[in-house]
Design a binder for this molecule. Structure first.
Ligand SMILES: *Cc1c(COP(=O)(O)O)cnc(C)c1O
Length: 386
């Protein structure tokens, strides 16, 4: 059976051209970027090129603002811990503002900091997951040292009002970090126009390799280090660079920039086909992404009278691979923190599935899903009612 992968927000397949770009750095071009000789220079040049490719993707002023990390998660940790611990040690304050729908890489870092003397405001969100700008303004204190709010949510695709959030942060002189892992490649990102200080992205969400991320650090933004050792990454992140992964992320960034318009249009097209098909075949559906501010490619749906985990297992048997609320919470019956923050009643949260579409998603695949899913739902509902 041909499998259908609709879980691109969890990870994307490595693009063949990206793999080809990486290959030499696993074999003959194995040098350490820190070495002075020809092997070292070869590695260093490749890293520099990748840095420029990433800088171009997000319109950074200089490639020196791009720091490679071991993952998106590490970049989130680095941004939040690195900035707030330094500011606290300088007596600037101990208050952080974030939202209740962040990825665990941000939320769990904030929980950790709360145990170490920080105070954290977790902004509530509306029923589609957007923060309220008035509530953000009201949360700001003299002691606020960082605002960290994601660009696009990984569970429901909702886009935060990032420009306005940046504006508010700038008015108050508070540094802003954004986790843009789910928006890069789908939405335009211009860090200079936005004025963000820190931005996270991840290789494996944009058809690059796993185990590589980026933290954009605007020039002049001061951070403490997370990893100590050699002078790699301009003393920002010690450890011999993962050259093949960095080259892969650079190539993926270049494709993402070049193809963004086409990619977003493709995602929009297949996502709308899925939504229209679901509406035509089924009742008792609720869409949890924002009707106006939603990144293309994500369709988060609650099915009435359905248990989401069972639905996912049934779909898996049909060769259709989707997720419940979030990959990290699957395996547990707890509704995800995002669905809880939307105020979704537990009855609906339980029956929620995230379809996330990507480059290789075809209309034929969507049609196949639409041929199978309604039957599965109807069967399950009959059983559910007993
Ligand atoms: C996947 C994801 C991350 C984590 O990135 P990794 O490279 O897998 O550590 C962080 N934030 C968001 C929004 C994500 O979707």
């Amino acid at each position: 059976m041909q499998r259908i992968y609709l879980d691109y927000n969890a990870t994307t397949p490595l693009r063949p051209e990206v793999r080809d770009a990486m290959m030499p750095y696993f074999t003959e071009a194995f040098g350490n970027g820190a070495s002075i000789h020809a092997y070292g220079r070869e590695a260093r040049n490749a890293i520099d090129t990748a840095r420029e490719q990433v800088a171009a993707l997000i319109s950074a002023k200089s490639s020196s603002e791009i720091v490679f990390t071991g993952s998106g998660t590490e970049a989130d940790n680095h941004a939040i811990k690195g900035l707030t611990e330094l500011e606290k040690s300088r007596g600037k304050g101990n208050h952080i503002i974030t939202s209740s729908v962040e990825h665990h890489a941000v939320l769990h870092t904030c929980h950790y900091l709360e145990q170490r003397g920080f105070e954290v405001t977790y902004l509530p969100v509306d029923r589609y997951g957007r923060v309220c700008l008035e509530q953000l303004r009201a949360a700001i204190r003299d002691t606020t040292v960082l605002i960290s709010i994601m660009h696009v949510n990984n569970e429901n695709g909702t886009i935060q009002p990032l420009e306005e959030i940046c504006e508010i942060a700038r008015e108050h002189g508070i540094p802003l970090h954004t986790d843009a892992v789910q928006s890069v490649g789908k939405l335009d990102i211009d860090v200079q126009a936005l004025g963000v200080n820190l931005l996270t992205l991840s290789g494996h969400k944009i058809y690059g390799p796993k185990g590589i991320g980026v933290l954009y650090i605007r020039r002049g933004t001061r951070l403490a280090n997370l990893v100590h050792g050699g002078s790699h990454e301009r003393n920002r992140r010690a450890g011999s660079e993962n050259v093949p992964a960095i080259v892969g992320l650079g190539a993926a960034a270049e494709f993402a920039k070049r193809e963004q318009g086409v990619y977003a249009a493709h995602l929009h097209n297949v996502t709308e086909r899925l939504r229209e098909g679901l509406d035509a075949h089924l009742s008792g559906l609720h869409y949890n992404g924002h009707p106006d501010y939603c990144a293309p490619g994500t369709l988060n749906v609650s099915f009435e009278n359905i248990e989401g985990e069972s639905l996912i297992l049934r779909l898996d048997m049909e060769g259709i691979c989707v997720s419940t609320g979030s990959a990290c919470t699957s395996g547990s019956m707890e509704p995800s923190h995002v669905l809880a923050a939307l105020g979704l009643p537990p009855r609906l949260a339980q029956g929620t599935v995230r379809f996330s579409l990507g480059r290789n998603t075809t209309e034929a695949e969507i049609d196949e899903v639409l041929a199978k899913l309604p039957k599965v739902i109807q069967q399950m509902r009959t059983l559910y009612r007993g």
